[in-house]
Design a protein around this ligand. Structure first.
Ligand code: 9MR
Length: 466
């Protein structure tokens, strides 16, 4: 279906997941109001992201807004099958790398979108079927997820595989015709390739309780019961003028299955735009496992919904009423994300299960400032790598910045980090706050994380406040 038809049909899209540790991303003082979307979301332990295009990274207005407002990015087209494997077995990552590198230098997370989808396939795959297609598809998953291993907090492993209409069943596609198990095989394949990434199923027109969302709900419930590694469900949320009254309840019923939920492609057309942005944002904040929101573009002129002006910034980059409504909602009430950084790394570890205790106690007394700070680490260790989530807690006084020192054992090299700057990738590493999580009120906490090869035993984090 064309984008225009899809909007006319009132479709709503979905989103994806995040790295294990992304869940407990940034938790700063609930007392202070964020002045940017990313900062305000971080104070609720969530991310706020945007779909971006590599071709716009030279646009000064665009990049200024991106760097100021967002702490997560989704490549709008650059990681799709047609972009990354235009010829079978030949992989091109240049444009996707541009986005990943932009994010990595700024402490932004990356949502990978998408490993398998019926649309935007390369011509050679569109012409394939049966075992040859199945093998080519899983090779694609392995190669792309392996290439980006450690750099992606969430993969949309499978996108839009359910049919519209009343049946609640799968969409017909060349992938579906390879056998109904193609989705679970894709998730298992992705987990083996990148055990640190959160693995999501993403779809549209799933914003309320309806036949399509219930079909997906049943799939997720089945996957969880059989140990198929799924961590999250993305709700695209391409909306016009309103949002279903049971939007929050729908997110909650998925969360209750034991997966995270994410709003992955939010854009809202129509006169009621600002109010609906507020409603959607509050719904996410009300669901403890709703870990973040991504808008599908930055300025109205960047949107795929040409002429509908569904985004938070106008074509000149000015903040719209919808921006203010969203920021106000983020600064309002709501739960702090309470899911542990990961309820186990990989739901199905590719090799051996975690061998280290999940948490080590603070190892240093408060330092640096009247109240100082302490740091604790939670590990998700698997054979050959780990994700560390480090919690920084202010002492008896508020702090305006922090520096955590960790010691990585020999053989451990950091491949990806979020919500902190790092001084090195191995050995003794200094981690310092990024702009939105330096201030922590007395007794409150914020978190950052990183993924590394090797073992995380003996990291011994120490914290200095400023
Ligand atoms: O925004 C994307 C647009 O630039 C592409 O032309 C289009 C191709 O189908 O895909 C758009 O993004 C889609 C996303 O990948 C999946 N959900 C629906 C999005 C809007 O169509």
């Amino acid at each position: 279906m064309t984008p225009t038809k899809r909007v006319r049909a009132g479709l709503a899209l979905t989103g994806a997941g995040a790295i294990a540790a992304c869940l407990a991303m940034v938790m700063a003082s609930a007392a202070s109001a964020g002045t940017t979307l990313g900062g305000a979301a971080a104070e609720k332990g969530r991310y706020f992201g945007a779909a971006i295009a590599a071709g716009k990274l030279g646009d000064n207005t665009y990049v200024t807004i991106l760097n100021r407002e967002f702490n997560s990015v989704t490549p709008e087209n650059e990681m799709k099958w047609a972009s990354t494997e235009p010829t079978q077995g030949t992989f091109t990552f240049g444009n996707a790398d541009r986005i990943v590198n932009h994010a990595a230098g700024r402490g932004m997370m990356v949502r990978g979108h998408t490993l398998l989808w019926h649309a935007q396939q390369p011509g050679w795959a569109e012409g394939m079927s049966g075992t040859a297609l199945r093998n080519a598809a899983m090779n694609h998953v392995t190669r792309v997820a392996t290439y980006y291993r450690g750099k992606i907090h969430t993969w949309d492993v499978v996108n839009e595989a359910f049919a519209d209409g009343g049946g609640g069943g799968r969409r017909d596609s060349n992938l579906q015709r390879t056998g109904n198990d193609w989705i679970e095989v894709a998730f298992r394949t992705a987990r083996a390739a990148d055990p640190g990434a959160r693995l999501c199923y993403n779809d549209y027109n799933t914003d309320g309780v309806n036949a399509k969302s219930t079909g997906i709900y049943n799939m997720v419930r089945d996957f969880k019961s059989r140990g198929v590694p799924i961590d999250c469900v993305g709700f695209q949320s391409h909306l016009t003028n309103s949002v279903p009254g049971d939007y929050q309840a729908n997110l909650q019923r998925f969360a209750d299955l034991g997966v995270d939920v994410q709003i992955t492609e939010l854009d809202i057309a129509g006169a009621n735009q600002a109010a609906v942005y507020g409603t959607v944002t509050r719904a996410c904040l009300a669901v403890a496992r709703c870990t973040g929101i991504t808008v599908w573009g930055i300025r109205d002129s960047d949107s795929w919904r040409t002429g509908q002006n569904p985004l938070l910034f106008d074509g000149s980059g000015n903040k719209k009423a919808a921006y203010t409504a969203t920021l106000d909602a983020l600064n309002g009430g709501g739960t702090t994300v309470t899911t542990p950084p990961t309820s186990g790394p990989p739901t199905t570890p590719p090799t051996t299960p975690p061998t280290t205790p999940p948490t080590t106690p603070p190892t240093t007394p408060p330092t640096g400032g009247p109240g100082g700070c302490t740091a604790t680490v939670t590990l998700n260790q698997w054979n050959g790598g780990f994700v560390a989530t480090v919690r920084v807690t202010a002492g008896s006084s508020a702090i305006n910045g922090w520096r955590v020192t960790t010691t990585l054992p020999s053989g451990a090299t950091v491949s990806n980090a979020w919500s902190a700057n790092r001084s090195a990738s191995s050995g003794t590493v200094q981690w310092t706050n990024v702009d939105y999580n330096g201030r922590v009120a007395a007794g409150q906490s914020t978190e950052f994380g990183f993924q590394s090869s090797g073992t995380g035993a003996g990291l011994a984090p120490t914290c200095t406040a400023s």
